[in-house]
Design a protein around this ligand. Structure first.
Ligand SMILES: [Zn+2]
Length: 72
């Protein structure tokens, strides 16, 4: 099962496929068009990690209720 998501390249606007979990682990992703590198500052990792964990918790707790307000 893939966790890939897309992020827009800040340099050329191309869609870059990335795995948010790998990003949290400190991996970097290069833009296929302009080779700009997307990565996280070490200080940002905890924030993203917490956000991902909250998201997972939300998914688990959603059950049959309707998500009317995405929290991210
Ligand atoms: Zn680019």
């Amino acid at each position: 099962m893939a966790n890939e998501q897309f992020i827009r390249c800040p340099n050329c606007g191309a869609q870059i496929m990335f795995d948010p979990y790998a990003l949290v682990r400190g991996e970097r992703f290069a833009c296929p068009k302009c080779a700009a590198v997307i990565g996280l500052d070490p200080g940002s990792r905890d924030i993203v990690k917490n956000t991902l964990e909250e998201l997972e918790t939300l998914k688990k707790n959603l059950g049959k209720t309707k998500p009317d307000q995405p929290s991210f």
